[in-house]
Design a binder for this molecule. Structure first.
Ligand code: GAR
Length: 192
């Protein structure tokens, strides 16, 4: 196995595009980075993020979601094989079971495109606009079996302008997602 000279080993779970994966990988390649992304898993074998990982020679697996148990058991095998220290869910659109969280027994982080505890679940930007909120944002939190409810690690807000539509807001929030996810990873890994 590759020699990592003390770097923490991170796995990223994705379901699609993987722009957060990219920003995490980019950050991990900085000089003196304390972590390395060595595994990418997707429940969607066609996810663009898997192609990106392959291009960078990061181990990547499309694990079809035949059932939650099947997906989780296969993923746990990879996590053990590569001795992963932390999982980052980045646009991973499935819910992990309590059993999986307990078995992995190391930090699992998630990014959510809202200022949690506001707008758990889907369509966060639509809901913020509908409620005429003044701010939107992104949150990194610990994963528990309760959807989007674990302890918050980092959060950043952006102002919603009167002229903003869903696409504008998504773009603005994605930009801060890319900023705060690597910071949250460092924060948690440095405390291990
Ligand atoms: C991101 O906006 C992320 O916050 C969101 O999916 C997008 C994935 O984009 N995640 C969730 O909604 C999870 N509930 P990416 O694949 O380009 O990183």
């Amino acid at each position: 196995m590759e020699k990592l000279t003390g770097k923490k080993k991170v796995a990223v779970f994705i379901s699609g595009r993987g722009s957060n994966l990219k920003s995490i990988v980019k950050y991990s390649k900085k000089k003196n980075s304390i972590f390395k992304v060595i595994l990418v898993i997707s429940n969607n074998p066609d996810a663009y993020g898997l192609k990106y990982a392959a291009k960078l020679k990061i181990k990547n697996y499309g694990v079809k979601f035949k059932s939650r148990t099947n997906f989780e058991n296969r993923s746990l095998q990879f996590l053990e094989k590569y001795e992963i220290d932390m999982i980052c869910l980045a646009g991973f659109m499935k819910i992990l079971s309590e059993k999986f969280i307990k078995k992995f027994a190391k930090p699992i982080l998630n990014i959510h495109p809202s200022l949690l505890p506001k707008y758990k679940g889907l369509n966060t930007h639509e809901r913020a606009l509908k409620n005429k909120d003044k701010f939107a944002g992104a949150t990194i939190h610990h994963v528990t079996q309760k959807l989007d409810s674990g302890k918050i690690i980092l959060q950043k807000k952006v102002k919603i302008l009167k002229s903003d539509g869903v696409i504008d807001l998504r773009k603005k929030v994605l930009k801060i997602e890319h900023e705060i996810y690597p910071k949250a990873i460092i924060k948690i890994l440095s405390s291990l």
